[in-house]
Design a protein around this ligand. Structure first.
Ligand code: NAG
Ligand code: NAG
Length: 217
């Protein structure tokens, strides 16, 4: 009897964790985000179905290159998620265009809510992600036009333009709102700062080195 109860608990636990491994599944055809609603839910409330229109599912301009001079790393991300397309609410999917200047990069970051699948449209990229503790294995590859690479959900990853010209990539992400945590910005650029003696001990360097890192943000 007890073992039956244990089995049931294990099955329930599996069902629970499977269900929360991506954005929640749909309970209706569409749930276009009503960003004016004062109600707070996981995602956005749905606007009245009679007010739903093509424009709720549309974005224009992804053919335009982002301004890679506007970041110190020489890259520009044009995001197309629920913030740009309200019809993506509850759909568990979004996309980005990324432009890279020569030697530009998209610095190490993670998406807490999405796996990413990226393809190179122009140029070539050195890309990689690092597995979690304790191994921290770097899985990396040079990609050329037409190549596709996957960055698993939650893992730290980057892309570096190792070609001669500029590069362009398009990526799909398995969340309406993938989120971005850029490692350097969060660790060295938080507001207020994480105390330098804490970061010095974390990174096994002296406080002056930490202060120099923090001064970049
Ligand atoms: C690109 O960004 C740089 C730096 O912010 C700015 O000076 C420049 O005018 C921008 N270029 C365009 C085309 O918007
Ligand atoms: C992690 O490293 C350990 C020790 O080298 C090894 O036994 C294990 O297979 C590795 N795990 C993975 C997932 O690579």
């Amino acid at each position: 009897m007890a073992s039956h109860h244990l089995l049931l608990l294990v099955l329930l636990a599996m069902a629970c964790c499977h269900a929360i491994a991506s954005d929640p599944s749909l309970l209706q055809d569409v749930c276009v985000a009503d960003k004016t609603s004062p109600a707070h839910v996981n995602g956005f409330t749905c606007k009245d179905a009679k007010d739903v229109a093509a424009e709720d599912f549309h974005f224009s301009g992804l053919h335009k290159a982002g301004n890679t001079s506007s970041s110190k790393q020489g890259s520009a991300v044009t995001a197309v998620n629920v913030a740009q397309i309200p019809g993506l609410n509850t759909m568990g999917i979004s996309m980005v265009r990324i432009d890279y200047a020569p030697s530009g990069m998209n610095p190490p970051h993670t998406h807490p809510r999405a796996t990413e699948i990226l393809t190179v449209l122009e140029g070539s990229l050195f890309v990689g992600f690092v597995t979690s503790n304790p191994n921290n294995t770097l899985i990396s590859k040079v990609l050329h036009k037409g190549d596709v690479f996957v960055f698993p959900k939650g893992l730290v990853h980057f892309q570096f333009n190792n070609g001669k010209g500029s590069a362009v990539a398009l990526a799909g992400l398995s969340s309406q709102n993938p989120g971005v945590i850029t490692v350097a910005n969060t660790v060295f650029g938080s507001k207020p700062s994480i105390a330098d003696h804490i970061l010095a001990k974390s990174f096994q360097v002296d406080k002056a080195t930490v202060d120099l890192m923090q001064a970049q943000f």
